[in-house]
Design a protein. Structure first.
Length: 276
């Protein structure tokens, strides 16, 4: 039997490598700041036998909600470490008691490892979606919200309705609506799960006025514009805005008065590790 898979797995990042220390004063939360969580690597196997790798970051105490994330387009640099998701996993378990699940779709690599298979434009990724929802169900992760970003929004829009009884709602970051057929969007009118679209003012593909027009097909969709932001939510200000809004949605706080997450942390912190 070949040892290739074993060698590959030995090269996957182990979150136990984080070294935490506590400063005398509160620590500013920066891009590479890692706050405490119960982090575990996981693997799921798809119906066509592909091994997908991911990480689940759980709060130390009660889990108020779980973000099940679907990353941007892997052929354009999207992966489970795309910065908004990575920072969510670094911060939200400690700051908001929110669990964050991230994974690489088929053929996608990160420091965590490489998921088997090849990119299929959102078609074979249906099997990836199914495998992740099965994992969420088997782990009984509380209050699961599906969070897609760019390409990830298309997976959520296309494949979530059949799982309506297994997730609370969906949040779409920078939805391009490229791959979603009107009939697939209409499936959302047959279920009642909340649907939010967080749309940057300067998005490359779908800006707020056009988003309101397109999502009128699902009247309950709440389209939330973000002034000054772009498709990739570049910059700490944009990240804070989007994370504040996501936390508000999943914890039931009105989005008109979103939660303001702390920008400092009193307690043990670590720094992101970017190399194996």
């Amino acid at each position: 039997m070949s040892n290739t898979a074993d060698i590959t797995r030995e090269q996957e990042f182990d979150p136990a490598r984080y070294v935490f220390s506590t400063a005398a004063e509160p620590t500013p939360i920066k891009a590479r700041t890692v706050l405490p969580a119960r982090r575990e690597n996981f693997v799921v196997t798809t119906a066509d036998g592909k091994r997908l790798v991911g990480e689940l970051a759980l709060p130390e105490g009660e889990v108020k909600a779980t973000l099940v994330t679907f990353h941007p387009l892997p052929t354009h640099g999207g992966y489970m470490d795309s910065h908004v998701y990575k920072k969510a996993s670094f911060r939200l378990p400690a700051l908001s008691n929110i669990a964050v699940l991230r994974f690489n779709t088929r053929g996608t690599s990160s420091i965590r490892g490489t998921s088997e298979g090849v990119f299929d434009g959102g078609f074979a990724e249906k099997k990836d979606f199914d495998a992740i929802l099965k994992f969420v169900r088997e782990r009984a992760l509380p209050n699961p919200w599906l969070v897609g970003w760019s390409f990830g929004t298309e997976l959520v829009l296309k494949y979530a309705p059949e799982y309506a009884n297994e997730f609370t709602g969906a949040i779409l970051l920078s939805p391009p609506l490229h791959r979603v057929h009107p009939a697939e969007l209409d499936e959302w009118n047959k279920i009642s799960n909340p649907l939010y679209a967080l749309v940057p003012e300067h998005d490359d593909y779908l800006q707020p006025p056009a988003a309101r027009e397109r999502f009128a097909a699902v009247p309950r969709t709440q389209v939330i514009p973000f002034e000054g932001c772009k498709h990739l939510w570049v910059g700490e200000k944009s990240v804070q805005q989007v994370l504040n809004t996501v936390v508000s949605i999943v914890t039931g706080v009105p989005t008109e008065l979103p939660t303001e997450l702390p920008t400092e942390y009193s307690g043990p912190v670590a720094e992101e590790i970017t190399e194996l």
